[in-house]
Write a protein that binds this ligand. Structure first.
Ligand code: NDP
Ligand code: GDR
Length: 369
């Protein structure tokens, strides 16, 4: 039985990867942070009571900013594969917490690699590093591939650039099986609520059901190459099964603007939008309303709020994943349209439950109301 350690197991990718590795018969260990509230929602369906005999999923408390726990856990479980997914992963937040981001996302990766080396596990343990298309930053060339130069545009991307190169360096210096997956944006119904796709699909569902009036967004012009997280965790696994340690881009090769993603998401709840104005004055107005939609034609449902603008923006990402397709046989199965449809459907389901509770007399409130 292969043993895997996943850092960031409570995140979007951690949840999908755990499911995949359990299906493949792995013993999975995950590192979760201590929080004042439960933070395991995304993997609760996979959770096994500590008293269950022959468990194949075990969670350990830990943090990428604390090498003592990383060394202890890695020593204890002697993993065949480590997937380093833990990170402060929000680009805009990294401008507000740059030092912490550097520590967790940059030095955190070094701590993992060094733990493997110090514990004498170089020959046994393969390491996957969650690198990112944010490394490309200011456009140098398109589509972006493994050979495109980097130009990071945020504290997050700069920290991830350190992580990328320290992974390459440990591979070259110590002959470690350490690889970067340079992954373009990937989303799902499990995506964090403050990333733009999920913010949009939640708002589309809530606006259609009459639970929200307006969606405020930042830069509508930037373009992203969006795939589904389920496809991308399959790629991570394939990267570590390849006979040689190498770095790979995973991407769909199709790019879409935020504005077009908004249009497509709202179309899935029966709302057609017409965008008017430019820059900070841009808005979107309902031009037709069918199906789930209960919003009057002519209502303004999207507005731009400059508070969501970034000090330095990444305007255009479009990936070339030819190497992964040819060497790993990896191909994404989701189009952006299918992804948006799945995300909107999941959010509609979620908020219909909220409507039902309200109609049945239950108040939706937090504990302090
Ligand atoms: P999420 O933000 O959903 O999950 C991040 C995970 O990291 C969470 O489990 C979080 O724990 C954990 N974490 C954060 N800080 C620490 C820390 N200091 N110590 C230990 N754990 C920590 O991210 P995704 O699942 O979307 O992404 C996974 C990885 O892939 C990240 O490294 C991200 O930067 C990278 N990436 C993501 C892409 C995407 O489009 N999704 C594209 C390219 C790269 P908690 O639940 O407690 O917050
Ligand atoms: P990104 O994802 O920065 O690409 O990083 P995000 O969804 O946050 O932003 C994508 C683009 O949308 C624009 N945008 C907004 N973004 C957010 N979050 N909120 C808004 O209201 C909004 N309005 C417009 C942004 O300016 C940006 O251009 C994600 C993360 O998962 C990283 O961890 C990962 O490395 C990269 O994808 C690849």
């Amino acid at each position: 039985m292969k043993v895997a350690l996943i850092t960031g197991i409570t995140g979007q990718d951690g949840a999908y990867l755990t499911e995949l590795l359990l299906q493949k018969g792995y013993m999975v260990h995950g590192i979760k942070r201590r929080a004042s509230l439960f933070n395991t929602d995304r993997i609760d369906h996979l959770y096994q009571d500590p008293h269950t005999p022959h468990k194949n999923l075990v969670l350990h408390y830990g943090d990428l900013t604390d090498s003592t726990n990383l060394i202890r856990i890695i020593q204890e479980i002697q993993p065949d594969e480590i997937y380093n997914l833990a990170a402060m992963s929000h680009v805009q937040v990294s401008f507000e917490a740059p030092e912490y981001t550097a520590n967790a996302d940059g030095i955190g990766t070094l701590r993992i690699l060094e733990a493997v080396r110090l514990l004498g596990l170089i020959k046994k343990t393969k390491v996957y590093q969650a690198s990112t298309s944010e490394l490309y930053g200011l456009v140098q060339a398109i589509p972006q591939s493994e050979t495109t130069p980097f130009y990071p545009r945020s504290p997050y991307a700069v920290a991830k650039m350190y992580a990328y190169w320290i992974t390459v360096n440990y591979r070259e210096a110590y002959n470690m099986f350490a690889c970067n997956g340079i992954l373009f944006n990937h989303e799902s119904p499990l995506r964090g609520e403050t990333f733009v796709t999920r913010k949009i699909t939640r708002a589309a569902a809530k606006i259609a059901l009459g639970l929200q009036d307006v969606l405020y967004l930042g830069n509508l012009n930037s373009k992203r190459d969006w795939g589904h997280a389920k496809d991308y965790v399959e790629g991570m696994w394939r990267i570590l099964q390849h006979d040689v340690a190498e770095d790979f881009v995973l991407a769909t090769g199709v790019t879409t603007s935020i504005r077009d993603f908004v249009k497509i998401a709202f179309r899935n709840v029966g709302i057609e939008l017409e965008f008017r104005g430019t820059d900070e004055g841009e808005t979107a107005v309902v031009s037709a309303c069918t199906g789930e939609c209960q919003t009057a034609v002519g209502t303004t449902v999207v507005k731009v709020d400059p508070r969501y603008y970034r000090p330095t923006e990444v305007e255009l990402l479009i990936g070339d994943s030819t190497k992964a397709r040819e060497k790993l046989g990896w191909t994404p199965t989701y189009t952006m349209e299918k992804l948006a449809e799945e995300m909107v459907a999941a959010d509609l389901e979620l908020f219909k439950r909220e409507v039902l509770l309200k109609q049945s007399g239950y108040k939706i409130m937090n504990q302090f109301e």
